[in-house]
Design a protein around this ligand. Sequence first.
Ligand code: PBG
Ligand code: ZN
Length: 353
Amino acid sequence: MGFPTRRLRRLRQNQNFRTLVSETDLSVHDFILPLFAVWGSGIKKEISALPGNYHLSIDCLVEEARQVRDLGISAILLFGIPGVKDECASEAYSPNGIVQQAVKALKSTVPDLLVITDVCPCEYTTHGHCGIIENGYLANDRSLELLKKIAVSHAEAGADMVAPAAMLDGEIQAMRQALDEHGFENLPIMGYSAKYASKLYDPFFKEGTHSALSFGDKKTHQMDYANSDEAMREIALDIEEGVDIIMVKPALFYLDVVYRAKKEFQMPLAVYNVSGEYAMIDAAAKMGRLDRDAIMLEALTSLKRAGADMIITYFAKRAATLLSENRREVSVRVPLEEVATPLKASNRELQTR
Ligand code: PBG
Ligand code: ZN
């Protein structure tokens, strides 16, 4: 039975109908906001590639965490910019390291906000690689020892969950074992299970964490973006090794992987809406090409629709604010003239040519 009996537009005719039949709900409870801790005090310095996100000294980080919690966001993903870098990332596992000190401060002042820590040596090594380098190659098993020390130090500082990000073979097993041995058998692990070697991370390590590589690339451990069967194998192994939450990263170019991951594994699934994805939308909005808020909500909703349960995103605060103002239909309410002007101008130019 088709047209004219079937008219799918019937349920699209006003916002109340559309809300009623909406299949995907984007909510503040889906968001995890990355935060960046630096040494010092009174520092709140905007990260130029990620406008609206900051390098925060611990006093300001605590203030930011309060605001984040007050917006209804339940978790942050914490990164640290160390005071000293060396070949073996020693500040990464020091009890006096930037992340350990930041976690302590956060848990003692804003205890009801979940603090997830990124466990990877690359912000702490002089060469920017995710572990120990031997003959120019990222040594797997020696680097696992490093990851174990970092994870345990984060747990001891009070982290609620650790997120191993190096894409080394066996990293979940190594970390689970180390945590259990130290009495942290109840501390969950969020694995960067299918993490691709992507140029979309450039804004993050160039300006977010100042950890650009001094040589080489990360293609011997992060995944080739041509592959998705392999992503399923990576995820299956992480699950076997005891991961609690799986992740696909980046997010927007990888919706097929997100969809498959949810279908095949029915595990809690996180996606990382990475720095380059944020920067693209931000840049296009600044050029007047795209409506920032509307595109942001469309992008985040697409991640939920593909199967994500939670979204790590630099948009978390803005999206939470919009959602709390109940402005799902931002594109209707934001005057389009402003956005459309540059487009119209260039159309006119074309016509007169
Ligand atoms: C590793 C890590 C990276 C990102 C998050 N954790 C960098 C990398 O793997 O090269 C990138 C996140 C982003 O681009 O937003 N510490
Ligand atoms: Zn790394």
